[in-house]
Design a protein around this ligand. Structure first.
Ligand code: CUA
Length: 664
């Protein structure tokens, strides 16, 4: 195992080698302590201690688990359509998935960050990134719904995102791929990378009251890959730190070409200074196109606006915004400890963990203790910024979280373990195998000023033999550890949705007490609301038919509709009149290609249907709402184009057409 760390060896190759040489930890089946079962057991009817928000990776969603039980509580659709919630199917939610490229129904969601006040989790919002078509979402933790999505221009592979400042002033979005800027001609040879490809870091402001996001400014940076980040806090407040790789500026075979240099960089950004320049009007306004989508709990519908301008601040013209700190070798995680004094870089090909000191970084900047520049950005000397190195911690360090008691916990992908070490003397204190190959990890509040420090959850990339086989693809896995004592104790495994990357966890009481139970019907401002059963109607306007329909246990009003013709676009506007917690109704009409609806108490949602053939189309409720749920049904009659069947609608009586038929 010792000789595999050749400079050009890829992580994948290294992993394959390790698999061959058998790096599976011993005692894999029997690693839990004897009291583990009782530690994770939450009796029926009792609540979990914590919410755990876990990114879904390629699922584009976020899942919510209870800790310590590992029970799945909810999947929150963010960047992907979701048939369980109707997200992206109802007319009201469709605009949320709009981008400058049109509707994108499936995203790649990697990282999460909970909103903070004074560096502590405040339980208001959860931010989520999308890599592929760069976007940042804000999830409202009252409703567990995506409230806002903003696209990031001049960016590709939005990976170092959505990390926030300690009072949620900004959410950052650093581009993974450097690309030609949107406002310049992008039709250039790929091998002109060094000349034409640039990196950006976007600062998205968050309005303190309602959380509304806005791209404030974008920093223009040399072409390279921006990977992960965390903001400073306490003494390092006003600063942001980003890991970068590919300082070689390779554009092909990166596994070799971007692993040549001994060190890449951690980028330190004085965002307060950048903000000052921005507010003084120093940036350059450029024309771009990006979507900004918002969901309103008052109209129960989303709007999508295409924005056309952003402000660029070129870091090479403002020498006191950004500094490079050399960091061995292709750093991935970039984590700041709870005191705000230490910045941990995790070089995924490095055999040590460098820990940088914020105070020393400041001294080096003041003394101009630089080693040249990188693309016009001063490079601080490695030793001048270094607090120290954790020696021989393991293989392939990726991410670090903190327990608030002076300890750091780092995941090691290649050696498949979590290593606990001391921030004070940088000595390894404990190590525990994971099953297998952990990527991110989460300690509740572990990236804030105030970690809760009782549990640690590892998110593993490779599950192999941990669960019953389910065909070629296995569930990815989370593993819960007790870190309250000196030694880490493995408590349980639980499978996850999609591929978990970064996660957040928070004591349940911070969120549960504010949870929305119903939407007040009298506050429903959807333009198609039906405020009571007496207001139900069906209105034709040309070839558009609007059905204003209500739902209440256990019927639709109306439930018989006639007069729809081929060539019509029918809009079913369903208002759920219930004002009780947890009484949604569903709606389905046979043949509707846009799917179904699920409507929460007090809410209005719309399904568009363009019938394709003449006939009778049943409608019914898809959510078991009462003992007579199965009776919650009705019919829509579709007639030929040009037919003279008039629009009619009713509930609880035969229609005029039927009456006349019976008289014959
Ligand atoms: Cu309404 Cu089932």
């Amino acid at each position: 195992m010792k000789k595999i760390f050749l400079p050009v060896l890829s992580l994948t190759t290294a992993f394959v080698l390790l698999s061959i040489t058998g790096c599976k930890p011993k005692n894999a089946g029997d690693a839990t302590g004897s009291d583990a079962a009782s530690r994770v057991y939450v009796p029926p009817g009792k609540y979990d201690e914590l919410y755990n928000f876990v990114s879904g990776g390629f699922s584009g969603q976020v899942s919510v688990y209870g800790i310590p039980s590992g029970r799945l509580l909810r999947v929150i659709p963010v960047f992907s359509v979701d048939p369980e919630k109707g997200w992206g199917y109802s007319e009201e939610t469709k605009p949320m998935l709009n981008t400058s490229h049109g509707e994108v129904p499936w995203g790649d969601q990697h990282h999460l960050d909970l909103s903070q006040t004074n560096g502590e989790i405040d339980g208001r919002w959860l931010f989520a990134n999308e890599n592929n078509t760069p976007r940042v979402a804000r999830i409202d933790l009252k409703t567990f719904r995506t409230a806002e999505i903003i696209e990031i221009p001049n960016s590709a592979g939005n990976h170092s995102s959505p990390f926030i400042t300690e009072n949620t002033e900004y959410v950052v979005a650093g581009t993974r791929f450097s690309v030609p800027m949107d406002y310049e001609n992008g039709d250039v040879p790929i091998d002109s990378y060094k000349k034409n490809f640039k990196g950006t870091i976007s600062f998205i402001s968050v309005a303190p009251k309602d959380g509304n996001m806005k791209i404030a400014f974008q920093l223009l940076l040399p072409g390279m890959n921006f990977d992960l980040s965390h903001s400073g806090k306490g003494p390092s407040s006003g600063w942001f730190f980003f890991s970068t790789y590919n300082s070689e500026q390779a554009h092909t075979l990166l596994e070799v070409n971007a692993s040549k240099r001994d060190k890449d960089y951690i980028l330190a950004v004085n965002w307060k200074k950048a903000e000052e320049y921005f507010k003084a009007g120093k940036g350059k306004k450029v024309s771009v196109k990006y979507a900004h989508n918002k969901y309103s709990d008052s109209t129960h519908s989303a709007t999508s606006t295409i924005e056309t301008e952003t402000t660029i601040i070129d870091t090479k013209d403002f020498p006191d915004i950004a500094y490079m700190i050399p960091c061995p070798k292709s750093p991935h995680g970039c984590d700041v400890d709870p005191t705000g004094q230490y910045i941990v870089g995790s070089g995924k090909l490095a055999a040590l963990i460098p820990v940088f000191s914020f105070a020393k970084i400041q001294q080096a900047i003041d003394a101009k203790n630089f080693d040249g520049d990188y693309g016009g950005i001063p490079v601080i000397k490695y030793e001048a910024a270094l607090h120290g190195e954790v020696k021989k911690p393991g293989l392939g360090p990726l991410h670090t979280e903190f327990d608030g008691k002076g300890n750091a916990y780092t995941t090691f992908f290649i050696s498949s373990e979590i290593v606990k070490w001391s921030l004070q003397d940088l000595k390894v204190i404990d190590r525990h195998p994971t099953y297998y190959s952990p990527g991110h990890l989460c300690i509740p509040g572990g990236d804030t000023k105030k970690p809760y420090g009782k549990y640690l959850i590892a998110y593993n990339k490779i599950t192999k033999d941990r669960y019953l086989p389910t065909g070629p693809e296995l569930a990815q896995s989370a593993q819960l550890f007790d870190i309250s004592g000196d030694k880490m104790k493995l408590l349980s495994d639980y499978p996850t949705i999609g591929e978990p990357h970064y996660a957040q966890a928070v004591p349940a009481e911070l969120i549960a007490k504010n949870s929305t139970k119903i939407f007040k019907i009298e506050e429903n401002r959807n333009p198609y609301v039906t405020m009571g059963e007496g207001k139900s109607k069906v209105v034709r306007s040309g070839n558009r038919v609007d059905v204003y329909m209500t739902m209440i246990r256990s019927h639709f009003n109306p439930d018989n509709i006639e007069g729809v013709k081929l060539g019509d676009d029918v809009y079913f506007h369903l208002t759920n009149l219930e004002q009780d917690w947890d009484v949604p109704h569903g709606f389905a009409v046979k043949g509707a290609p846009t799917g179904e609806l699920l409507v929460m108490p007090g809410e209005t949602q719309t399904l568009k249907w363009t019938p394709q053939t003449v006939g009778i189309y049943p409608i019914y409720c898809t959510d078991f709402c009462s003992a007579l749920h199965q009776e919650m049904q009705g019919y829509v009659r579709v007639s030929a184009k040009g037919s003279n069947v008039p629009i009619s609608f009713s509930l609880g009586k035969n229609s005029d057409a039927a009456d006349s038929l019976l008289k014959k």
